[in-house]
Design a protein around this ligand. Structure first.
Ligand code: GDD
Ligand code: MN
Length: 358
């Protein structure tokens, strides 16, 4: 018997058909192992009879919370986690994919010192019901690999999880987007010990899955956001390097155009260099230094120009030098290559410190 209080949060959107058997399964756990268990259903205004269904139940341990704004699985889960008042909180799907019978083991794992418990398909003893199409399987695999930099958990995509309410309260900058709330919590609550409890993951019996292409796009954004949280300098530098590479390409192309417009190499190369630098500024400010928007863009632009001037001048004169014996785009390629090699680390460190710093 587990005597502590536990709230099981169930996010729902149009799960009227699945709820009765889910509540029955949870009630069994309540009667057999966790007497102080409550259920909090967080419904995004499904208007499918869920409200009436819960009202008719008349069970004081089952509560319904209806949200009318900001629809989505992760925000619904966060809202539930914020509302729950128990010592432990768990989250599970409504559609029967997650076996309620695993909840006691998940809570026991927390009692034994884990920061986080996951109902896992991929740990020894866990299984997935046949009938997952190849595409869904592949999808899940790729998503799991992309989560590797953040956690060694074998099933980080699982939406079946449990943690202490106090762990949740320590979360830094929760940014609930998309589906992968478990991954978000493991990273942002800085959970070190994650225990995976094997489950059999069933295919939903009733209703429809809400996993769409948009959800996958959100996941990609989510991974980038998590990387920015865990490895800010590295992500910043890699983005800066990519922008630099694109800027070099833009510079070569621009030279192609400006060399046809202006008779003087000094002018055409100069204009191309200036435009390419502005291109870099725009994307660096937006993506490489995503946190730097609190200062005036004009001041930042001038700072950027001053710092980049040294490698840029090198680039400019090298291009002009090679232009004597090569075509202009070819000379621009040499110029941009050498200029970038000189500039990349210097420009990054200096702009990070002086232009885009907090
Ligand atoms: N409140 C709310 N709002 N609930 C939602 C929303 C929403 O916008 N979208 C989905 N849900 C609820 C569903 O009603 C269900 O209870 C649960 O979230 C999972 O939704 P499904 O549509 O069944 O998701 P799935 O089967 O594709 O995804 C499952 O597998 C993933 C791992 O492969 C879920 O278990 C995920 O949590 C899990 O990460
Ligand atoms: Mn499902």
């Amino acid at each position: 018997m587990i005597q502590e209080t536990v709230t099981v949060i169930v996010p729902t959107y149009q799960e009227f058909d699945s709820l009765p058997s889910l509540i029955e399964a949870i009630e069994k756990v309540r009667n057999e192992s966790i007497p102080n268990l409550e259920v909090l259903i967080v419904d995004d205004d499904s208007k499918d009879g869920t409200e009436q269904l819960i009202a008719n139940l008349q069970e004081d341990w089952v509560t319904l919370m209806i949200r009318t704004e900001d629809r989505g699985l992760s925000p619904a889960v966060i809202a539930g986690l914020e509302t729950a008042n128990s010592k432990f909180v768990a989250v599970m799907d409504a559609d029967g994919s997650h076996p309620a019978s695993a909840i006691p083991d998940m809570i026991a794992a927390l009692n034994e010192g884990a920061d986080f418990a996951v109902g896992s398909r991929y740990i020894k003893g866990g299984t997935t019901e046949d009938g997952w199409g190849f595409l869904r399987w592949l999808n899940s695999k790729i998503a799991t690999i992309m989560a590797r930099p953040f956690t060694k958990v074998l099933d980080p995509m699982s939406g079946f999880l449990a943690l202490k309410k106090s762990t949740f309260e320590n979360a830094h900058e929760l940014n609930p987007v998309g589906y992968k709330i478990g991954l978000e919590l493991i990273v942002k609550c800085k959970c070190k010990i994650v225990t995976e409890v094997p489950i059999h993951f069933s295919t939903r019996q009733l209703g429809e899955s809400k996993l769409t292409l948009a959800v996958q796009w959100q996941y990609l954004q989510h991974v980038i956001r998590l990387l920015r949280f865990t490895h800010p300098a590295l992500v910043s530098f890699c983005t800066f390097a990519c922008v630099g590479l694109s800027g070099a390409g833009v510079y070569v192309l621009l030279n192609f155009v400006t060399s046809k417009m202006f008779a003087s190499d000094a002018i055409s190369v100069g204009i191309a260099a200036w435009l390419a630098m502005t291109w870099n500024f725009i994307w660096d400010r937006r993506y490489a230094f995503w946190n730097s928007h609190n200062r005036s863009i004009i001041c930042q632009y001038f700072g950027f120009v001053v710092i980049c001037a040294i490698p840029l001048l090198a680039n400019y004169f090298i291009t002009l030098h090679f232009a004597k014996s090569n075509s202009i785009p070819m000379a621009a390629l040499f110029g941009a290559g050498i200029g970038s090699a000189i500039g990349i680390v210097f420009n990054f460190l200096m702009t990070r410190l002086l232009v885009f710093g907090k």
